[in-house]
Each structure stands twice: as structure tokens, then as C-alpha cells.
Design a protein around this ligand. Sequence first.
Ligand code: SF4
Length: 371
Amino acid sequence: MWTLVPTTFAGKMLSTFGQPLGSLWRSLVPLLCWLKTVLWLPGTQRSRQQQQQQQQQQQQPRKEPDENREEEKEDILLPTTPTSVNYHFTRQCNYKCGFCFHTAKTSFVLPLQEAKRGLLLLKEAGMEKINFSGGEPFIQDRGEYVGQLVQFCKQELRLPSVSIVSNGSLIRERWFRNYGEYLDILAISCDSFDEQVNVLIGRGQGKKNHVENLQKLRTWCRDYRVAFKINSVINRFNVDEDMNEQIAALSPVRWKVFQCLLIEGENTGEDALREAGRFVISDEEFEGFLERHKEVSCLVPESNQKMKDSYLILDEYMRFLNCQNGRKDPSKSILDVGVEEAIKFSGFDEKMFLKRGGKYVWSKADLKLDW
Ligand code: SF4
């Protein structure tokens, strides 16, 4: 169209100036009108389009600068740091809790030197806290194995926090004498202060009383300066219990209260060693338990939702266990492929870990305890 404009304009000029002066004005008026139509309209349309675009941009919600930065951050796949690791080095246990979700599927335990090599790899990758768990950690070499690992992590690796979760039944005072100084926190599992309920759950062993044992451990922790913690799994058999008094008397630094969780292949499903369906409680029942104990300041609740994917779990082969699909799918061992490669398959949700308060004052040096 624009190539036609100069040609048409020249034709109009020639015909205009070829006429006598009297009719010149009459000819100029349509010429000027034509010029306005050809040159002015497209400009007007363009400016209208620009106005429309500006209006559309104004109507879209504005993104704050920080919002943009957050999106950029999520786009970059940062390697996960194994800040806090739970190493279930054995699956063997002397108890038979009906809801256990780390069952005795193998009897394998790594040689001590290999376990230490793996722990060194984790420390180099950014580990600050290690928690030894099982099965029952004190079953291997009568506690010597876990003692050696605890000492290695504190003395050699200088980790800020070293802890153990145990059912407490196999711990002797001699162990505290030898290794207590290297341990920050000892968490003892206790689901009920009624011995009959403990037996029903599977936390009983003959004449030994789980609750009496708990008292003894509390005293040793005070004597050997180890922070004392209690873990309870709330389930069908203890959901109506009132534990306020007993917890206050034991005064743990932390009382972790878990909602009973089903894990395919561990405590539910065809190839599982347990069938925990009869232990499960609803979210409302769990909330009811928490409400009853809301005055306990050290209580840290953990619903199924919070537990999901917020723990870095290493099994007996030092493989990360991915619980994203409701079962425990293992990665390759960190001893074979290194931490960075194995952790990609861990399913670990670092945001959820922080959201559930996974990072807390976890070194006894910082706890400022009144022993
Ligand atoms: S004490 Fe722990 S590891 Fe042992 S059976 Fe009970 S839940 Fe499982």
C-alpha cells in the first residue's frame, strides 16, 4: 500500500496544477482530505493499539520484586544439604510394637569402619546433626557399636549435635560412663504410662517395666549430662490417655508426639511384617490428644502431614529412603555413589523439614540445661 502513496500523490498534483486557478481551491479540498485519510489513520490505529496494550499490562496483577526473585530461586535446582540425618543402622529390635515402621527385614549392619566412612562423607556434604536409630540401636554389640559411632561423630567429626532414639530397655549405666560425654540428646520411646497399654502396643518384655526403666534413664541423663527427650506415638490404644502429670515429672527437653503412620511394605500391605491398621487414629483424634496436652510447653506435635518427606532417612546400607509414595524406596548407597548423587532420590522436602521445626537448638552446649 505504501508504494502506491507517492505515485497517487504525484498524479493528484499534476491534475490539480493543470487546471485554471479558479478551480484550484475546489481541487485542493478533496486532495487534503485524501492525504489526511492515507497518512493520519494508520498512525491513529497504531496509537490506539499501543493504548490498548498499555491498558492490558496495567490490568495484569503486578509482581513484587521479591516474588520474581522467589520464582528464580525455585527454578535453580540447588543440591539438597543433608543438615540433619537419621541413620537407621540396624533393623533388629527386642520389642515388637504393632505399628513399627522400620521393621526387621534384614539383619545387616555395616562394618564399623564403613559406617564411619559414610558419616565422614555426610559431614563433608554439610551434615550438622546425626541421629542414630533402628530397630534398637543398643542391640548391636550391647551398645558398643553405637557408642563408637557417637564418639567418632563428636570427637573426630565435631558435629554440633549427636543423638540416639532408643526404646531404652538395653541401656546400662556403664554406657553413660563411657560415651555419655559425646552424646547431646537421648530420646526414649514411651507411648503410655500404663504398663498394660505398653504390653498391648508391643513395648513390653517379660518382667521389665517400661515406665520404671524410663525413670532410671532420666536420672542417668541428668547425672551424665545428656539432654533427655521422649518420643510418643499416638495410636488407638493411648489416644485417650492423659499424660500431663508424668511428662511434667520427667521434664524432658522435648516431647515429640507423632501420629501413628502407615508405611507400605513396613507396617501395612502384603509383604509387611506388621499390620498397623488397627492402631491408626484420625486427624481429629490426634488433635484431641494435642488439645488435652496443650499446657505442656516442650510438646512438639507431628501429624502424618508434617512427617511426610521431612526426614532424611538412611537405612542399614546407607541408602536414602524415599517415602514419597507411601513406602520406603531406597536410593543407591552413599558409599557407592556419594552423597550428592544419592540424595537426589531421597524425596526429602527441605521446606517441610524447616516448617516442622526440624532445625532447633540441638547441641547440649547451647541448651543451657539446669542439670
Ligand atoms: S521399639 Fe521401635 S524399632 Fe523396636 S519394634 Fe518398637 S517401634 Fe519398632
